[in-house]
Design a protein around this ligand. Structure first.
Ligand code: SAM
Ligand code: SF4
Length: 350
C-alpha cells in the first residue's frame, strides 16, 4: 500500500484497517514521518484546541503482588525499599495540587493488597474533599466490587493499560495474569461509568508492527477516553534488563496514529517518553498528545517508585516538576488547561 493514499484516507476521517495502520507505522524518516506528525497535530488541534491538561500523579504505594517482567516494582525485586504514603501526606499533596490549579489527581500504585476496596474508596473521598478535582485511579486489577466502591466514592476515571494486545506476550510478560482478565476488567469499568483509560508499551521484546496495529485497534474497540502509549524502558533488576528500550520514532508514530484513530481521546506525553529523550514530551505534544502528568509524590518517595531507572522528574520535587512542565507548554505556544479536562464526549461533559 502507498503511504500517501493511506494518509489521504486518514485525513478524510475514514476508518483505518489494520493494514492501513501498519503502513502508517512504517512511515519513512523525513517527509512521510513529517506528514504523519503534522496531520496528527492538526487533528489534535481541531478536537482539543491548544490546551494541555495537567494530571497530578501521586504514587501512593510501591508494594506489588505481581511480577511483571518489565517493571522495577515487581515483587521479586528485593533490592527496592517499599513504602506506603500515609493518608495525611496524600492529602497534603492534593492540597498542593489544588493550589497549583490542577483539575485532576491520579492515584497510582502497585497492586497492593494491603488496601481494601473500602480503604481505597476512603482515600478517593478524602482527596475529593480537598478541591474540585476529577480523580483517576490506577491500581491495577481488583474485584468488580472494589471498582464499584471506588466509583461510588467519586472516582471519575480509571487507568488500566492493556500493555500489549498479543495475549501470548501478555501472559509471558505478566506471569499469573491473563489478557482475558484484563479486558474483562476494562469492560467492568466501562459498565460502572468510569471514563476509561488504557494503553500499551512500545518496544516489548517479541512485539511486531502488526501487534502495535492491534494495540491501536483494541483502543478503538474499547472506545477509550484516554490512551497512554509510551516506550518500554529496561530496568536493571528485571528479567528484561538486557533488552533495548522502545524506539523514540516508533513511539511517536504510534502516538500519531492513535490520534488519527481516536480523535476525541486524551493522549498523554508520557513520563516514559520524557525519560527516553530529553525532548520526548515536547515531541509527543507535537504529534497528537494533549496531556502531561506531573509528579506530585513527595520527593522522599519518588526515587523508590522506580518502574524504570532515571524516571523523568524523579530527582525533583513537585514545585520543580510543575515549573518545568508549564515552561515547556508555554514555550510551545500552548496553554495550561484550567478545567478538569473530562472527555469531550457528550455524556461525560460536566
Ligand atoms: N500496578 C498497576 C498496573 O500495572 O496497572 C499500576 C501501576 S504500573 C507501575 C503503571 C504502568 O507502568 C503500567 O501500566 C506499565 O505500562 C508501566 N510500566 C511498567 N514498567 C515499565 C517499563 N519498564 N517501561 C515503561 N513503562 C512501564
Ligand atoms: Fe506491579 Fe503494575 Fe509493576 Fe506489574 S506493572 S509489577 S502490576 S506495579
Amino acid at each position: 500500500q502507498q503511504f500517501s493514499q493511506v494518509l489521504e484516507k486518514a485525513s478524510m476521517g475514514s476508518e483505518l484497517t489494520k493494514e492501513d495502520i501498519v503502513t502508517l507505522l512504517q512511515a519513512l524518516p523525513g517527509e512521510e514521518e513529517e506528514q504523519l506528525f503534522q496531520l496528527a497535530d492538526k487533528v489534535r488541534r481541531e478536537n482539543h484546541g491548544d490546551a494541555v491538561h495537567l494530571r497530578g500523579i501521586i504514587e501512593f504505594s510501591n508494594y506489588c503482588r505481581n511480577d511483571c517482567h518489565y517493571c522495577g516494582l515487581r515483587r521479586s525485586n528485593k533490592d527496592l525499599k517499599r513504602y506506603r504514603i500515609p493518608m495525611e501526606e496524600i492529602i497534603e499533596a492534593a492540597r498542593y495540587a489544588a493550589a497549583l490549579g490542577y483539575g485532576t489527581i491520579v492515584l497510582q500504585a502497585g497492586e497492593d493488597p494491603y488496601y481494601s476496596g473500602e480503604q481505597l474508596a476512603d482515600m478517593i473521598r478524602r482527596v475529593k474533599e480537598v478541591g474540585d478535582f476529577a480523580v483517576t485511579v490506577c491500581v491495577g486489577e481488583r474485584s468488580r466490587e472494589d471498582y464499584e466502591l471506588m466509583r461510588k466514592a467519586g472516582a471519575d476515571r480509571y487507568l488500566l493499560k492493556h500493555e500489549t494486545a498479543d495475549p501470548e506476550l501478555f501472559a509471558q510478560m505478566r506471569p499469573g495474569t491473563s489478557f482475558e482478565e484484563r479486558i474483562k476488567r476494562l469492560n467492568w469499568l466501562r459498565e460502572l461509568g468510569f471514563q476509561v483509560g488504557s494503553g500499551n508499551m512500545i518496544g516489548l521484546p517479541g512485539q511486531t508492527v502488526e501487534t502495535l496495529a492491534e494495540d491501536i485497534l483494541l483502543l478503538k474497540e474499547l472506545d477509550v477516553e484516554m490512551a497512554g502509549i509510551g516506550p518500554f524502558i529496561p530496568h536493571h533488576q528485571t528479567p528484561l534488563k538486557d533488552c533495548g528500550p522502545g524506539d523514540l520514532k516508533l513511539t511517536l508514530k504510534a502516538l500519531a496514529v492513535a490520534r488519527l484513530v481516536l480523535p476525541l481521546a486524551h493522549l498523554p506525553a508520557t513520563t516514559a517518553v520524557g525519560t527516553l529523550h530529553p525532548e520526548g514530551r515536547k515531541l509527543a505534544l507535537s504529534c497528537g498528545a494533549n496531556v502531561i502528568m506531573p509528579n506530585l509524590s513527595p520527593a522522599t518517595y519518588r526515587q523508590m517508585y522506580q518502574i524504570y531507572p532515571e524516571k523523568a522528574g524523579s530527582k525533583e520535587d513537585a514545585d520543580e516538576s510543575h515549573e518545568r512542565i508549564t515552561t515547556l507548554v508555554k514555550e510551545m505556544g500552548r496553554q495550561i488547561s484550567t478545567g478538569r479536562g473530562d472527555s469531550p464526549k457528550e455524556h461525560f461533559k460536566n
